[in-house]
Design a protein around this ligand. Structure first.
Ligand SMILES: [Zn+2]
Length: 355
């Protein structure tokens, strides 16, 4: 049963039950991709967007969870494979785990778990089978590769393996998905049931170190529930019986880290793990105070941006924006940017038009 992150009104860590500290509040926010038509704004779902750090495991997370039934539905479109940069990133990936003919380098890497559509379209070796490349019906892969949803994955986990009763997973990979899921208890239950001894669970997600360093507060919206560091990913791994055995920084999506987990006692962690954790501790990424400094810089950016937009309006200029992204939802709502400051937003997805 997934834990809730409130106990008697006091927020607690979704992984270890530690107290959450240094709440950074973005105020009342709309869901990033639940766009409404002009006449329907009164019916828009709003929630309190705030993040905080666990004082025990240092995992940064949202304080409030949006009911999962409201996200990734047919009226909450989530398009993958729209970024050429990300496609190139995934095209480059099989070089690390497959041979020149896209065959897995090891036979044990024979299955994988839900990933975003673009990752799966471009990276999945043909010899691999998958339980799903989509999270919910609203997720659209550019290559139309969605084959099965999480329901099938969960059914197979309940069986303790695949339909023949095997634990088939030598390799489970998640790209820009794992941090979306608040209820990690059940996810790790599934990974534990599916992964073979010696198997690898690998995930890549936006990195808190880059978010804090760049003050990229637009990474924070309803879909991104966790913001990992190597230190907090290691604590989470150990909590669920795994070890963080490797990390790799990636220059995509505003800065990400690819984390490699195995069952405890399977492999000594690479030096890169201790090195990244030492860098994080030197930067204070495990101190709640760091989040408060991040909040002050965020407020400064808000003042600068709104001052600039007001000044342009006073000069009689018109400002238009390109891209109705999830990230721009946080910027617009947090900074109070409406049609008076930005007259329109242009986007190439049909669902966004007119809303
Ligand atoms: Zn914790």
């Amino acid at each position: 049963m997934a834990k809730e992150n409130t106990e008697a009104g006091e927020p607690v860590c979704r992984v270890c039950d530690g107290r959450l500290r240094a709440r950074v509040d973005f105020g009342s926010q709309a869901l990033a991709n639940a766009l409404v038509l002009p006449g329907e704004t009164g019916q828009e779902y709003l929630f309190r967007l705030a993040l905080a750090m666990c004082e025990d495991c240092s995992l940064v997370q949202l304080v409030e969870e949006v009911p999962r039934g409201l996200m990734f539905r047919d009226d909450y479109p989530y398009y993958t494979s729209g970024s050429r940069f990300m496609i190139e990133h995934f095209e480059a990936w099989p070089g690390g785990c497959c041979d020149a003919n896209s065959r897995p380098r090891t036979r044990s890497w024979s299955r994988s778990a839900p990933t975003t559509g673009s990752c799966w379209t471009w990276s999945a070796p043909p010899a691999c089978a998958t339980w799903g490349s989509t999270l919910q019906p609203g997720v659209r892969g550019g290559g139309g590769q969605g084959r099965a949803g999480p329901q099938r994955l969960l059914r197979e986990v309940q069986c303790g393996g695949d339909r023949r009763g095997r634990r088939p997973g030598g390799f489970i990979y998640s790209a820009n998905t794992f941090s979306h899921i608040p209820y990690l208890d059940s996810v790790f239950e599934g990974i534990t049931a599916l992964l073979k001894p010696g198997g690898v669970f690998l995930f890549e997600d936006p990195y808190l170190g880059d978010i804090v360093r760049r003050t990229s507060f637009d990474q924070i919206y309803d879909e991104h529930f966790y913001f990992f560091t190597a230190r907090s990913a290691r604590a989470m791994a150990r909590h669920y019986g795994f070890e963080l055995v490797d990390v790799e920084h990636l220059d995509v999506h505003g800065g990400e880290v690819r984390y490699t987990l195995m069952f405890q006692g399977q492999r000594e962690p690479a030096e890169a793990v201790a090195r990244m954790i030492a860098q994080e501790e030197a930067a204070g990424l495990h101190h709640p105070q760091t989040l408060l400094g991040f909040e002050r810089r965020m407020q400064h950016t808000r003042r600068q941006l709104t001052d600039l937009l007001r000044s342009l309006r006073e000069q009689g200029r018109t400002v238009m924006a390109y891209g109705a992204t999830g990230k721009s939802t946080t910027v617009a709502n947090y900074c109070g940017i409406g049609p008076d400051l930005v007259s329109c937003v242009v986007d190439n997805t049909r669902r966004s038009r007119g809303s």
